[in-house]
Design a protein around this ligand. Sequence first.
Ligand SMILES: Cc1cc2nc3c(=O)[nH]c(=O)nc-3n(C[C@H](O)[C@H](O)[C@H](O)COP(=O)(O)OP(=O)(O)OC[C@H]3O[C@@H](n4cnc5c(N)ncnc54)[C@H](O)[C@@H]3O)c2cc1C
Length: 441
Amino acid sequence: MKKNIAVVGAGIAGLTAAYYLQKSGYHVSVYEAANRVGGRMSTDNVNGCLIDRGAQFLSMHYATLMPLIHDLGLQADLLEASSWTGVVRNKKVRKISVNHALSPILSGYLSVKEAISFLVHLQRWKKKILSFPLDDYSAWAEFDNEFSANFITREFGETILEYMIEPQMQGFYFQAPEETSKVQSLMLLNFALRKGSLRSLRYGMSSLPEKLASNLNVTLNCPISSLTVASDGTVSITSGTKIFQTDRVILATPAITSKTLYVSANEIENKLLQTKYSSTINIGIVTQKNWKLPRDLRDAYGFLIPRRERKLIAAIGIESNKNRDSVTDGELLNIMLDNQHAVILLNKSDDEILKEIMPELECYFPKLSNSIRFSHVIRWPEAEPLSFVGRSKLIKEYKETLAPHASVLLAGDYMGFPHTDSAAFTGKWAADFIKRTDLVD
Ligand SMILES: Cc1cc2nc3c(=O)[nH]c(=O)nc-3n(C[C@H](O)[C@H](O)[C@H](O)COP(=O)(O)OP(=O)(O)OC[C@H]3O[C@@H](n4cnc5c(N)ncnc54)[C@H](O)[C@@H]3O)c2cc1C
């Protein structure tokens, strides 16, 4: 049995892998480049306010993370978000709730004809997709044959593409339906079919990775710069002048880093390691105490802005409605830019970025600029992996052909759907693979 495992990257994928391996008796060492764990699932405490830097929400349907949260005793920290959200149509936020079946029609989000047509088509797809898992991207390979834009326009019509699928793809994943596999839109429809509200964590998203790391051997400030596999399959990984020896390694860093480290990758691995990422800029705005949300938005946790209505903002989260304790006074808004504008603004100063977003923001929050207590800008050049057509098939092939004695395993959200649950799933899958193949040895 190969007992020593190194995990590179202490994001949710790497920590989940390490957690399950350690639980099974392995000696696991986690190496993290940053001075904290969590990667894109992390929280900043700014002036006593909790600002989630990357991931904002969890779904109650997350099949890998929810059991993990219970295992770790964090279930009491799960907060249920309001069921109200919104989508802009004809310049106005149209409010929708899963608990109010008529809300899309009453709010003017969809006409009666559009809503009925959508439900009829959704029912047709329900039978085909409802049993598919929301964490295992490779399980959807049979659907991975065209882009979302073609598929949704043909099956559901242009309005559903422009006002339902596109805003979610850009608002949650910062990518366009023209560049994203049909699998991704089927995943969104699957979530819609399952209904249910979102969850957040009382002490911020980072509380989950921090809890996972608390019982693991994690070395922070330890960027791994090279990886060598010896002829006996053992692996040396290097950070500065330090060299660590291990039996096997799980590379749980974003594709761009894993590619530079894993130079002996095979053809399938190389294709996966070339996965490109979308970008975003995440701007937290904390308002003054006396500033009030517009009446209509007082119970909503946020809203999406479709490209037909958008200048540069894809999504606005009303974080103080997600977790009242996240701010001491005032409201906390979280503004996320679309990929196209984020790429242009990534190198601009915080003040320049604020100046760019303010006219659009004030369409929804009049006179906000006079009431800002402080803001916090986070740049994500690599926010989320793009779901090019064929990635699901490639991951399936990778899993089916990976040699039982493989020294290097790949994990991270580019090996799954671009969300925390799937990233965690890829880590758990790597841990299970090691356990299974060690038994075979
Ligand atoms: C703005 C934004 C909003 C999002 N919103 C949501 C949401 O609401 N819900 C949701 O479920 N998901 C959301 N996501 C997606 C989610 O955050 C990611 O899918 C998930 O956190 C990725 O986890 P990971 O472990 O694969 O990668 P990462 O979190 O990127 O972890 C990789 C780790 O590797 C480390 N690393 C990098 N290079 C090295 C090296 N050379 N040596 C050692 N360590 C290294 C990094 O520092 C990092 O800690 C969002 C993402 C962003 C950016």
